[in-house]
Write a protein that binds this ligand. Structure first.
Ligand SMILES: O=C(O)c1cc(=O)[nH]c(=O)n1[C@@H]1O[C@H](COP(=O)(O)O)[C@@H](O)[C@H]1O
Length: 270
């Protein structure tokens, strides 16, 4: 199934705009998992199995696996989501971007090696750097627009002919790059006014919104500023606040409770 269709179905089926970010940090794992040879995979699978009916997407962050030499666990984790929880799409958070000939290898990495349904990309190298991804009409292409970090304004807010760069990027992607309807944009929860500006510019294009939870973004402002008229259009992502909600043997149940609370808080403002 195409990423955008799967996302629409998951929004409805699970009545959820929550994206759980899978950012394993073994130092924060519960004691009974520490030191186990396949701890990264076991930890992430337990989180997935405890939350799959409460989310619209999962978003594993590739550096968290690569730094641990756990790419194999990432491959198996994505296969696990597809096998056990079909219909919940997986976004590979890789933030790739390179010249076209190299980008083709990143396409193979994300979609053939890892089997992801969507990938995050940096669009600031220009259209040719993401064209090979755009051509995959069945896959989601999620492009950084206004990121959640404090330094986002250093470059993304620069004036380019009467408007900030991130607005130009949002318009260009929604108007010119989204010919297959497979684009989404990243807009950080920590910048709610910019989120509203982006929503006003891009119609119903989905927005991936990290920055709530550990980074302190306000859920109400995100939903009110970012939802579409249908009350969807958002993948509101949280990693640490869910993954490490508990650190005992019941960590997965603690993650479930945190996910449920976030889903219900979001739904109050939709
Ligand atoms: O593309 C992303 O997912 C992303 C974009 C952005 O602007 N800010 C941002 O925090 N992220 C990612 O979202 C996750 C946020 O994690 P938490 O702050 O723990 O919820 C991390 O994996 C980041 O790499």
């Amino acid at each position: 199934m195409h990423f955008m269709q799967a996302l629409q179905h998951a929004w409805t089926r699970n009545n959820s705009l929550v994206c759980v970010g899978l950012d394993p940090e073994p130092a924060k794992f519960p004691a009974h998992l520490k030191g186990r040879p396949d701890a990264v995979f076991e930890f992430c699978c337990a989180i997935v199995d405890a939350t799959a009916d409460l989310v619209c997407t999962y978003k594993p962050q590739i550096a968290h696996f690569a730094a641990l030499r756990a790419e194999d666990a990432l491959e198996r984790l994505i296969a696990h989501v597809h096998a056990k929880h079909p219909g919940v799409p997986v976004i590979l958070d890789a933030k790739r971007g390179d010249i076209g000939s190299t980008a083709q290898h990143y396409v193979t990495e994300a979609f053939d090696r890892y089997g992801a349904d969507a990938v995050t990309l940096n669009p600031y190298l220009g259209r040719d750097s993401v064209q090979a991804f755009l051509d995959r009409a069945d896959k989601g292409v999620i492009l950084l627009c206004h990121t959640s970090n404090p330094g986002a304004a250093d470059l993304q807010d620069l004036d380019v002919g009467g408007k900030p760069l991130y607005q130009h990027v949002a318009q260009m992607i929604a108007r010119d790059w989204n010919t297959h309807g497979n684009c989404a944009l990243v807009t950080g929860a920590t910048w709610p006014e910019q989120l509203a500006e982006v929503r006003a510019l891009v119609g119903d294009v989905p927005l991936l919104v990290p920055g709530i939870g550990a980074q302190g973004g306000d859920v109400e402002a995100v939903v009110r500023n970012g939802r579409t008229p249908a009350g969807t259009g958002l993948m509101i992502s949280s990693s640490r606040a869910i993954l490490y909600a508990g650190n005992g043997e019941d960590f997965a149940q603690a993650a479930r409770a945190a996910t449920l609370e976030l889903r219900d808080t979001i739904n109050r403002y939709r």
